[in-house]
Unconditional design. Sequence first.
Length: 151
Amino acid sequence: MNQKFKSTIDKPWLSVINEESKKRIYKLGVKAIQSLLKESKEISYRNIAARSKELDELGRGIHPNSVKNNKELYEYYLKHSKRKTKTSKNTKIKVGEIDFRNIKIDRDLERVKGRYMQLSKIELVELLINAEQYIAEQNQTWVKSQFESYK
């Protein structure tokens, strides 16, 4: 029963307060990030929130989620953080026939298993499709050579 109701009462004073709050969050967040950079500490949401409490004259600071919700502060955070983005996991694996030709029968299967366990489902599906495609092409080549040698 989560229904969103549209307010019929216009509250212009509320938008002014929200803008002031966004500016305050951005300024405190930037100060906190710069302070963390000077000390060579990790830049994370929690560290930014903790440092902002130390730097804030009111002692309130900002909430860790404020870093994500404030667009300008989040962009500034991304520039200076060493956090890996989620898009790096979605890189596509291109497996050619050269990779399958070089597979050795006496390889360390535990190491191979560990490598496959780190892949996402999409990457595993692509790898499996490419492997099946390679096997199908090799089977077709073998059948063709057997047929030609029978003549």
